[in-house]
Design a protein around this ligand. Structure first.
Ligand SMILES: Cc1ncc(COP(=O)(O)O)c(C=O)c1O
Length: 465
């Protein structure tokens, strides 16, 4: 073993090296505050790939050189989510205390597979899940797990639904696939899970929407027309395209009377549970058998931090009916079971720590106030769209997502978005709604103001056809 590598490890444990990395993050946070930096890269992916096309480094370099490369070659061409005029995808400008927690999580490197690998983190995860299940209106039998995000949460929920309907499917597979019913606007996480669980996409029934929300009458008709047992209905609380909320009370009642597993994809919008002003959007959420709720979206945590909450924790245990005596020892696990038995993953980061830290630092009420603020800014953008002659609104925002169009063709809207994003002045995304190309804004940064929203609109209006 060469001694220089051990010396490098020792040196890198010091405060000066820690500071070199964290100082760069501080610089980034400060630089985006004055709105003077570009929001994103002007370079193509091929240009960026050329920059990093170099041989495998066999020998280490000084930290200062690496930090300089991060400063000069990585940071400038990242999407600057902390820039107030980034209003693109549903990825947050993360809460600062949670940012700083990330390196501690890595330093501690606890794995949530079993309690003996993460004695405190396992207990904290149980506690945080308890806070969230209580918020959702669940009782003492509830449980859950942290996930990498909404996609894993929905996959796991539907695995639990499959185990509930077809308890032998873990062993025998699925020979007569049941149906899966979801709204036409459901995130692709749902059909991805259907494919992965061996049901086949032909088993999906899409329920039409009315005003971007699942139409409960159409759901009834779909269930009545079902020619096979229904494994689950998936409703959405905060849809990806428009941030709209399905009528969870009506859908919950329909599922309850028929004994059907209701999964609510609240990856985006379940954080409305925190907000007295927005909680009505998720009224009825307690009817669900399971809920996907992503703190890395509207609770503004850095990636990754998703959760799956289930009304009855035993359903989650049944989902992964796995025997692994080298890891799962049973013992005194009844009160606080090992979390690995409830998760798709084996090794799993203690992402719960940054969620716990964020709640300690800002409080649930502080995070709720941020949720309200993001929605208020989205509303201000909508009002500006309505008042601007170059634009037309497409829907009224129910959360922090607003879709609208520049008056003109689909091609014009596509061109406006691409040229504006390339300018570096701001960054917005796009989707198709009702067969038409729309511009889509997602406000995930508490620094974005109504003034920024108006400036972005002016910038979009100024793009020449
Ligand atoms: C409604 C909804 N569900 C699920 C997801 C997927 O979540 P994740 O990217 O955390 O897997 C998203 C993300 O865009 C979403 O908007």
């Amino acid at each position: 073993m060469p001694t220089d590598i051990l010396a490098a490890l020792d040196a890198d444990c010091g405060a000066d090296v820690a500071h070199a990395f964290s100082a760069l993050a501080v610089e980034y946070l400060a630089a985006t505050r004055d709105r003077s930096t570009r929001v994103s890269t002007p370079h193509s992916r091929t240009e960026l790939a050329a920059r990093f096309a170099e041989p495998l480094p066999h020998h280490g370099r000084p930290v200062a050189e690496i930090v300089a490369r991060l400063r000069d070659e990585v940071l400038p061409d990242c999407n600057h989510l902390y820039h107030p005029r980034y209003i693109g995808h549903q990825v947050s400008a993360p809460l600062p205390a949670a940012i700083w927690m990330e390196s501690l999580t890595a330093a501690f490197n606890q794995s949530l597979a079993v309690w003996e690998m993460s004695p405190v983190a396992t207990v904290i995860e149980h506690q945080v899940i308890r806070w969230l299940t209580t918020l959702a209106g669940y009782g003492p039998d509830a449980g859950g797990t942290l996930t990498t995000g909404g996609t894993e949460a929905t996959f796991t929920a539907l695995l639990a639904a499959r185990a509930a309907l077809l308890p032998d499917s873990w062993t025998n597979g699925v020979t007569n696939p049941p149906l899966l019913v979801c709204g036409e606007h459901a995130h692709y996480a749902v059909t991805r899970a259907v494919g992965a669980l061996g049901l086949g996409l032909r088993s999906v029934r899409l329920v039409p929407s009315s005003a971007h929300r699942m139409d409960p009458q159409a759901l009834l008709a779909t269930l009545e027309a079902a020619d096979r047992p229904v494994m689950a209905v998936v409703a959405t609380a905060g849809s990806t395209a428009t941030g709209s909320f399905d009528d969870l009370s009506a859908i919950g009642e329909i599922c309850a009377t028929r004994g059907i597993w209701l999964h609510i994809d609240g990856a985006h919008g379940a954080a409305a549970l925190l907000s007295p002003q927005h909680r009505h959007r998720v009224r009825g959420i307690e009817h669900a058998s399971s809920i996907a709720f992503d703190p890395h979206k509207m609770m503004l945590l850095p990636l990754q931090a998703g959760t799956l909450l289930v009304r009855d924790a035993r359903a989650l245990d049944a989902a992964f009916a796995q025997h692994a005596p080298y890891l799962f020892h049973g013992s005194d696990a009844d009160a606080l079971p090992d979390l690995g038995v409830r998760s798709f993953l084996c090794s799993r980061r203690a992402d719960v720590l940054k969620l716990w830290v964020a709640l300690q630092r800002y409080g649930a009420d502080g995070i709720a106030a941020l949720y309200d603020h993001l929605c208020d800014t989205a509303r201000a953008l909508y009002d500006a769209v309505c008042a601007h002659p170059a634009f037309e609104p497409v829907h009224e925002p129910e959360s922090n997502i607003v879709c609208f169009r520049r008056r003109g063709s689909d091609e014009l809207n596509r061109h406006v978005r691409e040229s504006y994003n390339r300018s570096g002045a701001g960054w917005i995304t796009t989707t198709m709604l009702g067969g038409r190309r729309v511009l889509r804004a997602t406000i995930m940064n508490p620094r974005t103001t109504a003034g920024d929203a108006r400036t972005i609109l002016d910038g979009l209006a100024a793009v020449k056809p």
